[in-house]
Design a protein around this ligand. Structure first.
Ligand SMILES: [Zn+2]
Length: 338
């Protein structure tokens, strides 16, 4: 079995979808739109599906054999009948030149397989010209060829593209399944539950957070926020630490922590609404007594600071400014009772 096939086996939440989609290999529609939130393994699924569609000898469970010439070429990234289209740089658009090249690719006869397959990901990064150039061939693709579009935000796709595809929705696995799977990836039970919550229930996103040490970094941010309010930490030293962790990362998490403090103040039983529900007690203590309106104002300032990160601004000064503002968020004024 190939490494790719093994990878699919490790995502148990794909199994039902895989079985229903691959029951009849010849009956697959010509354009699929795999959609669902980030961190569910849609791209891996798309690669697996294309490998199976090109495989000369798929097994009885409709998995690629992993050893035929086609499978070996896909694994090496050199299959002449498979094209993967994505932005040249992360966060950039898929251009009209890229989609024109793929239209040309699709209109030529297959080299060694029965069909050609295109994976386009993330589809919402096509600009409008790119999407338009794809429309016609998506409507009338050369017989047998298959488009696999992957989208984390399908609502951002033109309706004309969506309507030409069969939509395959990836849902979040049940929480206990996500936790079980994370444990098979050597994540502790306690961390798995926290990470899955922070990742919005998406197991691969949670695993990535584990591998990048998110829990430890978040802890450092919270410790600094607590110490600043207690007057036992220095703004300059904290800002330097936050910059080392990453200005964008730090401000994004600060936003979530502050949002949770606001929720704790406003909602009677806030636990299920909190992004950081494992920190509910500490956040309650930290936010207790702070003026809610001023806390909102601080949250706005953090949001504006995040926007400023895209401009040529001194991140360290920006972080220092935000932390000074945090230190100065006033407490509620309580009138003395007589
Ligand atoms: Zn094969």
């Amino acid at each position: 079995m190939s490494g790719l096939a093994n990878q699919l086996e490790s995502y148990p939440w794909h199994r039902a979808l895989w079985t229903s989609l691959t029951r009849d290999r010849t009956g697959l529609v010509h354009a699929l739109l795999l959609n669902g939130q980030l961190g569910l393994g849609k791209s891996t699924f798309a690669t697996q599906l294309s490998t199976m569609l090109l495989c000369e000898n798929p097994n009885q469970h409709s998995h690629a054999c992993g050893s035929c010439k086609s499978c070996r070429l896909v694994s090496a990234g050199t299959h002449p009948d498979l094209k993967r289209v994505e932005p040249v740089e992360e966060g950039r658009v898929i251009t009209v030149d890229q989609t024109r090249a793929l239209v040309e690719f699709m209109t030529m006869r297959p080299h060694i397989a029965q069909r050609k397959v295109v994976i386009l990901t993330p589809a919402e990064s096509m600009n409008i010209n790119a999407a338009n150039s794809l429309l016609k061939i998506l409507e009338e693709p050369p017989l047998g060829n298959i488009f696999i579009l992957v989208s984390h935000q399908p609502a951002k796709l033109p309706a004309t593209i969506r309507s030409r595809c069969s939509q395959i929705e990836f849902k979040l696995p049940p929480r206990h399944d996500g936790i079980d799977w994370l444990q098979t990836q050597k994540v502790s039970v306690a961390d798995a539950a926290v990470l899955l919550g922070l990742a919005g229930g998406a197991p691969l996103r949670a695993l990535e957070m584990d591998q990048t040490g998110v829990i430890g970094q978040r802890e450092q941010l919270l410790v600094d926020l607590e110490a600043l309010r207690a007057g036992t930490a220095d703004v300059v030293a904290c800002a330097a630490r936050w910059q080392k962790i990453g200005a964008e990362f730090s401000l994004a998490w600060l936003q979530r922590l502050v949002a949770d403090m606001v929720k704790i103040d406003m909602i009677p039983q806030p636990e299920s609404f909190l992004a950081n529900h494992d920190l509910a007690c500490r956040l309650q203590v930290l936010g207790e007594g702070l003026d809610l309106k001023q806390l909102y104002g601080f949250a706005d300032a953090v949001s504006q600071a995040r926007d400023l990160l895209a401009s040529p601004v001194d991140n360290l000064l920006l972080l220092e400014d935000i932390l000074i503002r945090w230190f100065r968020v006033p407490r509620k004024i309580t009138l003395p009772t007589e």
